[in-house]
Design a protein around this ligand. Structure first.
Ligand SMILES: C[S@@+](CC[C@H](N)C(=O)[O-])C[C@H]1O[C@@H](n2cnc3c(N)ncnc32)[C@H](O)[C@@H]1O
Length: 228
């Protein structure tokens, strides 16, 4: 047994055959397993990168820009949330919003969805796979996240229906219009500073139909009513 993660068959490490210990595959290798925690290693690297910025952030109250967490921050965010989108969003969260589910299932009038602050786009990608007629716009102001998300959408064969664009959702001069049938925002409104201001900025642009995904007591939950 090596650190509890590997079992070795044979006394000589040079010739032994190694196997992952039971349960390790799901936690460290299978990127879509609900138990996957591989992204935590990237959290450590990303947190280390911003440590020098923290003193000023506390002093001025300006916070640490998302981009300052670097590529490890993007990887961590993407990897830690993806399993929930793959395993829980369509089967567990959406049934809590029957009106949204009905709209997404409507093949005669395909829904146009916005994933606000989409990160690397996994939520939109999973939605597009589950509802093959809908289109999703993933909007986020982090260029690195959008670039990765575009690649993921292509890899999963949904790039024709999942359009990811670098967009500052707080830019009130951007000429928004309520053109979406549903706006979803996962793990963004609830974690941003000034939750109500952020959601309040988004809501008017989306026909006041913003729903924030959040996690309560370890259970994923969607806001039962639009957030404003
Ligand atoms: C906690 S991450 C969540 C990402 C993704 N929704 C997920 O669940 O993995 C928050 C995201 O909000 C984005 N964000 C923050 N402020 C934003 C703004 N003003 N406009 C667009 N995106 C913003 C960040 O770039 C980041 O990708």
């Amino acid at each position: 047994m090596v650190s509890g993660l590997l079992t070795a068959a044979g006394p000589d490490p040079a010739s032994a055959e190694f196997e992952l210990a039971e349960g390790t595959y799901e936690v460290l290798v299978d990127e879509t397993s609900p138990a996957y925690l591989g992204g935590l290693a990237d959290v450590v690297a990303a947190a280390g990168r911003v440590l020098p910025l923290l003193a000023d952030a506390y002093r001025t109250g300006a916070g640490v820009p998302y981009a300052a967490y670097g590529p490890d921050g993007v990887s961590a965010q993407s990897a830690l949330n993806r399993p929930s989108f793959v395993n829980a969003m369509v089967s567990g969260w959406l049934p809590q919003l029957p009106d949204v589910l009905t709209r997404l299932r409507d093949e005669a009038d395909p829904a146009r969805v916005a994933d606000l602050a989409c990160g690397t786009g996994w939520a939109g990608i999973e939605l597009a796979k589950a509802f093959p007629h809908i289109t999703v716009d993933g909007l986020d102001n982090d260029e690195a996240s959008i670039a990765r998300g575009r690649q993921y959408a292509a890899d999963h064969g949904v790039a024709d229906r999942v359009d990811l664009e670098v967009t500052d959702l707080a830019d009130e001069s951007a000429g928004w219009s309520p053109r979406y049938d549903w706006c979803s925002s996962s793990s963004a409104c609830t974690t941003s500073r000034g939750r109500s201001r952020y959601c309040g900025t988004l809501a008017p642009h989306c026909g006041r139909a913003v729903r924030c995904w959040s996690w309560t007591s370890g259970q994923p939950r969607a806001s039962p009513r639009p957030v404003n």
